[in-house]
Design a protein around this ligand. Structure first.
Ligand SMILES: [Zn+2]
Length: 149
């Protein structure tokens, strides 16, 4: 929605439909007219599939456009929350880092958040590396004992 408003400028207020190009997962543009719905203060894009007003439309396939519910879009957290990498290897923290990088806030605040999150990620990596070293030392001592006998 923000991109549509920026592209149209003042002409946005007198439009009822706009023609948009939305890129699908394969980076092919899906070009389609989209109806605008709103009350003057708040404007939304009408989903061509279900008719609900929404801020974001997504392309799925070669010619289909819809809201998050219609194209079954899931955020990374929703897709990966049960994976081992998400639970045990700071996947959630990594996701927060990526989101913080694109957050719309002052640059100094974004930099401070990114530094804090990256420090947490590095600390987790150091802990895991230390655990791996302990396990490898234990394995080496067992192997040395086996060779001596
Ligand atoms: Zn929809």
């Amino acid at each position: 929605m923000r991109e549509v408003r920026q592209a149209l400028g003042d002409a946005f207020k007198c439009r009822q439909t706009v023609v948009v190009a939305i890129f699908n997962a394969e980076c092919w543009p899906v070009i389609t007219p989209i109806e605008l719905v709103g009350n003057g203060r708040r404007w939304l894009l009408r989903c061509p599939s279900c008719g609900v007003g929404c801020m974001v439309l997504r392309a799925s396939g070669l010619c289909s456009v819809g809201c998050n519910a219609c194209v079954r879009h899931r955020r990374r957290k929703e897709r990966e929350r049960t994976l081992r990498s998400w639970v045990h290897f700071d996947g959630a923290l990594e996701d927060r880092l990526v989101r913080a990088a694109f957050r719309n806030c002052p640059a100094w605040l974004r930099a401070r958040n990114l530094m804090a999150l990256s420090a947490q990620l590095l600390e987790g990596d150091r802990d895991r590396a230390a655990a791996v070293l302990q396990h490898s030392d234990a394995a080496r001592s067992v192997a040395d004992d086996a060779l001596v006998r």
